[in-house]
Design a binder for this molecule. Structure first.
Ligand code: ADP
Ligand code: MG
Length: 252
């Protein structure tokens, strides 16, 4: 049965989608069967894997009870695609009883087929993101070090706590991944240190950092993963290290 993980942060541009694609691909290369779920109406995950304007979409499973689409991408890797139609879901799910639990229901039918299911969440804390969290065993928070990231993290942890208290007590925080890291920047080092101190012992900080790496950006615009685009890049090395760390340590 799959371990289901949502990749979350209500900030955009912090590499949620890039992490979903490349952590997913790395886990697939390690021999796991992996499903990537696009839960962002921007559809970047789907576009980043070459699926624009998909016919079958996640939203149909959320609103109409259709089977979750699972498009084969490469060996051991599948995609449940989305695009703008997912915007409709927010309003409708808000007005339906148990609207936060639709993805959980849709995944129940497919999760035995996978080892990992990674859910790429939108940059918000709305009912669509709640669907991701409620469907998950754990969340991974991606953080691009900045002054504002410190403020954002508190709010995000508060929301996770609220989901735990009110809907899903077993939801774990798998850990925090630092992305877009430039280690020589003093601000990066101080943010990472600050977050380490502020979360001391309560949240795992992954040892694997994702360095800023232009090949990662290029792989996205080439609509493929970093291992296919340039397996010798820092980006490929960093995401493989993250996958190995994730696979080796159990969630708290
Ligand atoms: P989010 O999903 O959180 O909005 P994205 O994954 O779309 O973030 O990343 C935002 C932008 O940063 C994209 O243009 C992406 O190609 C780029 N990017 C992500 N990670 C890296 C990295 N490690 N180095 C360089 N560019 C990156
Ligand atoms: Mg994204």
């Amino acid at each position: 049965m799959a371990k289901i993980i949502s990749i979350i942060n209500h900030k955009g541009g912090v590499a949620k989608t890039t992490t979903t694609i490349n952590l997913g691909k790395a886990l697939a290369l390690l021999g796991n069967r992996v499903l990537l779920v696009d839960l962002d109406p921007q559809g970047n995950l789907s576009q980043g894997l070459g699926h624009e304007e998909p016919e079958e979409q996640v939203v149909h499973a959320l609103l109409e009870g259709a089977e979750l689409p699972q498009v084969p991408i490469s060996e051991n890797l599948w995609l449940a695609p989305s695009d703008l139609e997912l915007v409709d879901a927010e309003l409708r799910l808000n007005n339906e009883i148990g609207g936060f639990g639709r993805l959980r229901k849709a995944l129940r039918a497919v999760k035995d087929n996978y080892d990992y299911i990674l859910i790429d969440c939108p940059p918000s804390l709305n009912i669509v993101t709640q669907n991701g969290m409620v469907a998950s065993d754990s969340v991974i928070i991606t953080i691009a070090p900045s002054f504002f990231a410190m403020k954002g993290l508190q709010r995000l942890m508060g929301i996770v706590e609220q989901v735990r208290e009110e809907i899903h007590p077993d939801l774990e925080v798998e850990g925090i991944v630092f992305t877009l890291v430039e280690k020589r920047l003093v601000i990066h080092k101080s943010v990472i240190d600050y977050i380490g101190e502020a979360t001391e012992g309560r949240v795992r900080l992954f040892q694997a950092f994702i360095r800023k790496n232009v090949a990662l950006e290029e792989s996205n615009s080439n609509q493929t993963d970093i291992f296919t685009y340039d397996k010798t890049s820092n980006g490929a090395a960093d995401y493989m290290a993250l996958a190995e760390e994730l696979a080796s340590v159990p969630a708290r």
